[in-house]
Each structure stands twice: as C-alpha cells, then as structure tokens.
Design a protein around this ligand. Structure first.
Ligand code: PEP
Length: 251
C-alpha cells in the first residue's frame, strides 16, 4: 500500500482577532514540534501576512481559504493566487461547501480556481461533498463524481499529482454529526476509484482528507481508515489543545 503522509489542515473560517490568534498560533507551533504529520493553517486572508511572519522557521504550512480564479484587474474585494503566493501560501482551499452554498460557486468556477492555484505553484485543497438530501436519495457518488470530473475536464488528471482532495459531507460540517469512519472510508475509496479511471498511480498517491466535525475524540478512528489521509478541521482548530490532539492522531 502507498504510504501517504498525514496532513491536518486548519480552516479557521471567519474567526479570530489578532488578540486571539496570536496565542493560539504560539500554542500550535510549540505543540507540533517533532511530529511527523504535516500541519497547515488556513486563516482569514487578512491574517495571512501575520501568519507568514509567525510561521517562519516552523514546520507548519500556510494556506488560504479562497482565491479568485482571475489574475488581476477590476475585481473589487478579490485576492489573486499571485498575492497568496507572495505571502508564502502553499495550500489554497477551493470549493468549500460554504462557498458553494453561500457564494454560488459552481463546479466550473471551482475548477478555474483550482488551476489558478496550481499555475502559481501552490497546492489546491479541493473540497467535495454531498448535501444531506443527496445522501438520503443515494446520490452521494453521483455528486462527488460530478465535482471531481469538472476539475479533471479542465485541468486533466495530471493536475491531481499536486493536489489534495477533502471529502466534506455538507451535513457533517459544523453540525457535530461526523460521518462514521466506515461511511467516510467508503466515499474516500470511491474518490480514489474515480481518479483511477484516468490514472492509477495518481489515484493512489493523492491525499484525501476527511472534514466534518472532526474532534479530538474521533480523529484517530477516522485517520486509521486506509483511504483517509488526515483531516480538514474547522471548529476544533480554534482550540489549541483539541487541534493538537487531532494533529497527533496516528494512522
Ligand atoms: C470545515 O470548515 O471545513 C469543517 C470541516 O468544519 P468543522 O470541522 O467545524 O465541521
């Protein structure tokens, strides 16, 4: 079996102030010293320059929660991939379900964001996941396939050589309802199979994270599953002790 390094990525969403993120960050920097898991933090974009300074010399990677699909121009309020690159971002989340639902981002736009990130040498974290009614009507695989295929059509399977996929069932995000390890594993395996239709090796090597109410007390059970390579962590990443327990959860 391919050995994929576990990645635990924090999505702070629109939370925190300088006063609260500084001590949180210091605790995380100290707490992850010596661990083999890769850790990334995606703060609100206004705090990216602050984190770039604080994370300098640490092993923690810096990420962003969103990006424009466009290069530059009259797009008030947007942030380009080059700007994120300028401040040392290595990862950029694209297609988070909150952006799909609240800002009407569709599969085609998400695919364009994915290639904009890669064009600047950063790694997209592509979020995919079904709504509760889609799961209940047995459409989970159809939805995930559509979300993956949109990116493959635009970027090609090659693009998944430098990408991370995050399976985030929408019904589990911020709700306290976690998918069981078996439910998550089933979809993670499906994601790999879908990619393997194009290229086995890429499918085998790509890291597939689970996100959706991962907590200190369920991370280990999830990360033990064969196709789960870590997590994208929302709420629990705002509490240093909880986040550190998740970062230390082993396969
Ligand atoms: C997320 O924001 O991607 C997420 C998974 O949130 P939570 O861990 O709070 O469910």
């Amino acid at each position: 079996m391919t050995e994929r390094q576990i990645l635990v990525a924090a999505n702070w969403k629109m939370n925190g102030t300088l006063e609260t993120i500084r001590p949180l960050l210091q605790s995380v920097i100290q707490g992850v010293q010596g661990i083999t898991t890769e850790v990334a933090i995606c703060p609100p974009s206004i705090y990216i320059p602050e984190l770039a300074v604080q994370l300098n010399g640490s092993d923690i990677s810096l990420g962003a929660q969103n990006v424009s699909h466009l290069e530059a121009g009259a797009y008030t309020g947007e942030i380009s991939a080059s700007m994120l690159k300028d401040f040392g971002c290595q990862y950029v989340i694209v297609g988070h379900s909150e952006r799909r639902a609240l800002y009407a981002e569709n599969d085609a736009l998400v695919a364009r964001k994915f290639i904009a990130v890669q064009a600047k040498g950063m790694t997209p974290i592509l979020c995919v996941g079904e709504l509760l009614q889609e799961r209940e009507s047995n459409n989970t695989e159809e939805v995930i396939a559509r979300q993956l295929d949109a990116v493959i059509e635009l970027a090609g399977i090659e693009a998944f050589k430098n990408a991370v996929v995050a399976y985030e069932p929408v019904w589990a995000i911020g709700t306290g309802k976690t998918a069981t390890p078996e439910q998550a594993q089933e979809v993670h395996e499906f994601i790999r199979l879908r990619l393997a239709r194009h290229d086995n090796e890429t499918a085998d090597n790509v890291r597939v994270l689970y996100g959706g109410s991962v907590k200190a007390d369920n991370a280990e059970q999830l990360f033990k599953m064969a196709d789960i390579d870590g997590g994208l962590i929302g709420g629990a990443s705002l509490v240093a002790e909880d986040f550190l327990t998740i970062c230390k959860a082993m396969r």
